[in-house]
Structure formats: structure tokens, C-alpha cells
Design a protein around this ligand. Structure first.
Ligand code: SF4
Length: 298
């Protein structure tokens, strides 16, 4: 079995930065005796979160924060309200790992909504990144997920018609084809609205784009494709979508134990297996998968 790991797989710049800030916090806490907490999971990778729990770093919500502790804010960011609540605690040390690409969207929507633009967001309204973005908007906004393009088409048209200035952004992990589709639809509608102003920002993360492109290319060449990443990870879900559209033998797992016996059979019969991994998958988990697949040859 030939095994190839797709270029640009695994941990992105934002997650690497978050890990490094968390590691520094853990080291400093050892010296000061301060307890370190993650405010919500730092990243969407249950295995990594469990490893940190073993080191004494627990995931908590805002109501469970203890005074004189160190609180690490996740890479997807938090809402404005959560930030205000944190600022009211005495003696906590805040380590903000919000990815700079996410922070940029916060700044953009804050500025444009203050200028009077209504904001159109393509993304998952339940995702912490999108909740953080919407919390920064002072005026009206509308969130649409690509799976709702048809069902919410009327609502979207109403929103566009009700606002003469609209600013659009996409969740960082979105698929560019979906965003292009949405922007075309909005431009078509506003073309018949004299005086309407529509601005769209490019906010899809380049790390996500490169990872999806490389994985998509590899998926076309291999017999089977393995995607590693948390089941709760948005970018891994989109990565899996990209590869499964190009290769019917595509499997999404968090670890080798997740393969079913029929999937193992397919992998055993594959001459060429490709691997890709979501932005929250550390290098060790990719290496572990390579060894596991290699052992299927034995
Ligand atoms: S995927 Fe992109 S936006 Fe998300 S944490 Fe990584 S670098 Fe930042």
C-alpha cells in the first residue's frame, strides 16, 4: 500500500499559535501555582482536549470561572458579552488565542455595521466563530448556511431589499464555491436596486483553502482517502465533503479505532491511500494514522 499525506494537512497557523499560547500558560502556571482553564474547548479535537485534561487543564464555561485562575480563550473567539463578563472577574489572567483571521472579521463587521451597513454572514449560526462575529454587529444581520440557500432564499431576498447597504463576510472555514454562489445571487438582486451598496469581504482562511485544494487533488488519484479530525470540527466536515465528492472510498475518523471492519477491508484492498487532516489535528495523530495504515500491509 502506498500512503501519501496531502500537502497542507493538519494544524494551521491559528491552531499552532493557540497551542503555543496554551503551553506557555501551562508552564507559567506550574511556577505560579495558578490553575489553567479553557473557556470552551480550545479547538475542536476531543482527543487533544482529553490530553490537556490529564495535564489538569479543564474545559469550563463562564459561570464556573474561579478567581485567581488563568483562562484561555479559544481560537474561534468569544462573544462581546462573554468578554464583558470576563472583564468583571477579579485576578484572572486572560490568554486570548482567538485566531487573527477571526479577529479581522470581528473588526470588519464592527466597522461596517457602525457605518450603517447591514451584515450578511455565510456560516453556521450555532458555531462559536459565527456567534462571536454576530455579537460585534451593532445593526441588523442575517446568517445563512449553504444548506439553507434554497429554504431561506425568500428571507434572504427580503433582507437584501430591506437594506440599502449590505456588507458580506463568510465563516473562515467556508467553501469558496458556496460563497461565490451567494455573492452572485446578492449582486443579481441588488443590480435592480438603484443606489444600493453591496460590499463583500474575502474572509475565507487561506489555510483552509490550501488544505481543501491539496486534499481534493490527492483524493482524485488514490484508491481510498482518510480524513482525520474531530467530529465537531467545522473545517474537517468541509474537508470531508471535498474529498468524498471526488473519491467514494473516503472515511472520516478521529483515530484508527473508529474504522468499521468493512472500512478496514476496503483500506486493506487499496493500493494507494491518501490522508488529510483538519486544522485541529496535531502531527502525532497524522503519524499514528500512517503507522496504522502501514500495519494493514503486514
Ligand atoms: S483554520 Fe484559519 S481561521 Fe481557523 S484557526 Fe486556522 S488559520 Fe485561523
Amino acid at each position: 500500500m502506498k500512503i501519501t499525506v496531502a500537502d497542507n494537512s493538519g494544524v494551521c497557523f491559528g491552531v499552532r499559535r493557540a497551542f503555543s499560547l496554551l503551553e506557555d500558560a501551562v508552564k507559567n502556571a506550574k511556577i505560579s501555582g495558578m490553575k489553567v482553564f479553557m473557556l470552551g474547548p480550545l479547538i475542536h479535537n476531543p482527543r487533544v482536549i482529553a490530553q490537556y485534561a490529564e495535564k489538569g487543564v479543564d474545559v469550563i464555561d463562564i459561570d464556573s470561572i474561579q478567581e485567581n485562575s488563568c483562562v484561555v480563550i479559544r481560537s474561534h473567539g468569544i462573544t462581546k458579552d462573554e468578554r464583558a463578563q470576563l472583564d468583571r472577574f477579579n485576578g484572572i489572567t486572560l490568554i486570548d488565542t482567538t485566531c487573527p483571521y477571526v479577529q479581522r472579521i470581528h473588526q470588519l463587521v464592527e466597522k461596517r455595521s457602525a457605518e450603517g451597513f447591514a451584515v450578511l454572514i455565510m456560516g453556521d449560526r450555532e458555531h462559536s466563530e459565527v456567534r462571536g462575529i454576530t455579537s460585534k454587529i451593532s445593526g441588523n444581520f442575517f446568517v445563512i448556511h449553504p444548506t439553507e440557500f434554497e429554504s431561506k432564499s425568500e428571507e434572504l431576498s427580503e433582507f437584501i431589499k430591506a437594506h440599502d447597504r449590505i456588507f458580506a463576510v463568510a465563516q473562515t472555514t467556508s467553501r469558496p464555491a458556496n460563497y461565490d454562489f451567494l455573492l452572485k445571487k446578492v449582486r443579481k438582486t441588488v443590480a435592480n436596486m438603484p443606489g444600493h451598496r453591496f460590499i463583500a469581504a474575502e474572509t475565507i482562511c487561506t489555510a483552509t483553502l490550501k488544505r481543501q485544494d491539496s486534499a481534493g487533488e490527492l483524493a482524485k488519484k488514490v484508491s481510498s482517502m482518510v480524513v482525520i479530525g474531530g467530529r465537531n470540527s467545522s473545517n474537517t466536515s468541509k474537508l470531508f465533503q471535498v474529498v468524498s465528492e471526488r473519491n467514494k472510498n473516503s472515511f472520516w475518523v478521529e483515530s484508527p479505532e473508529d474504522f468499521s471492519s468493512s472500512e478496514i477491508e476496503i483500506l486493506k484492498n487499496s493500493e494507494y491511500v491518501g490522508i488529510t487532516a483538519g486544522a485541529s489535528t496535531p502531527d502525532e495523530q497524522i503519524e499514528e494514522m500512517k503507522s496504522f495504515l502501514g500495519s494493514l500491509n503486514d
